[in-house]
Write a protein that binds this ligand. Structure first.
Ligand code: ADP
Ligand code: ADP
Length: 224
């Protein structure tokens, strides 16, 4: 069965549609790479799937529920509880230490500081950056920062991790290492991954690739 699917999404910001009939489906635990040239609508598709941007038309179904029919409060609760996010630039909170950044989703979910920090430290170890926990994001390398961002995306046991060019700011060694760690950790925790990239080397870590062109997607899995 499908965990997250979209049917015939359309979205325009101006005269040219960013999405022009995009359909997409992902199964639990599956890692899918959304590929395509710059400006083709990849990020818009990801933002719609994640409930961040409302489509003009079309439906998005997550775990049997219509995302588009939920209230804003229900959608943000869903994002907090079921989704994790990694972006090109980690978007870590600069004033917090790395371990506090990773613990943040758990703290927001009401988990006690000590327990949240213990879980966060475990994820920093899993991502091979246990030694940077006390540092602030501005004091670590790009590769370390993205590993911290991946730890933060996974700490809340999400069902889906959305990653928009997660290696875009990294050199090829760190990019591949972050992809290896992200996909290994997601597979272990049976989280699905929706990954936007324009690099074949990054997409190679996925189970399946789909291509966006001029806002249109042909996802073979949807027809099944
Ligand atoms: P990609 O991720 O493939 O580079 P995007 O989804 O970012 O493509 O963009 C698709 C098109 O929609 C582009 O023409 C882009 O400029 C436009 N677009 C995306 N987001 C916005 C926005 N918030 N406001 C206006 N135009 C946007
Ligand atoms: P990426 O495609 O790597 O995510 P972009 O530079 O395309 O990065 O977009 C960064 C942000 O700006 C996104 O939230 C996108 O929706 C928004 N955006 C993209 N194009 C435009 C645009 N023409 N006008 C306004 N916002 C845009």
């Amino acid at each position: 069965g499908s965990l997250l699917s979209a049917h015939e999404l359309r979205k325009s910001f101006g005269p040219t549609p960013a999405l022009d009939g995009a359909s997409f489906s992902i199964r639990p635990g599956e890692v899918v790479a959304i590929m395509g040239p710059s400006g083709s609508g990849k990020s818009t598709l990801l933002h719609c799937l994640a409930g961040i941007v409302p489509p003009d038309s079309g439906t998005i179904t997550y775990s049997g529920r219509h995302l588009t029919a939920l209230s804003d409060a229900e959608r943000s609760a869903l994002r907090r509880n079921d989704f994790g996010f990694v972006f090109q630039f980690g978007q870590l909170v600069p004033e917090l230490s790395c371990v506090e950044n990773v613990a943040l989703p758990l703290r927001l979910a009401g988990i006690k500081r000590k327990d949240a920090h213990r879980a966060a430290q475990k994820w920093l170890e899993r991502l091979e950056v246990s030694d940077v926990g006390h540092k602030r994001p501005g004091e670590v390398s790009g590769g370390q920062g993205q590993r911290v961002a991946v730890a933060r995306a996974l700490v809340g046991s999400p069902r889906v991790v959305f990653a928009d060019e997660p290696t875009g700011a990294l050199d090829s060694y760190n990019g591949e290492r972050v992809m290896q760690l992200l996909t290994d950790a997601a597979r272990e925790s049976q989280a699905a991954v929706v990954l936007v990239t324009h690099e074949a080397r990054v997409a190679a870590y996925s189970d399946r690739e789909i291509v966006v062109r001029d806002g249109q997607v042909r996802d073979a899995a949807v027809a099944v």
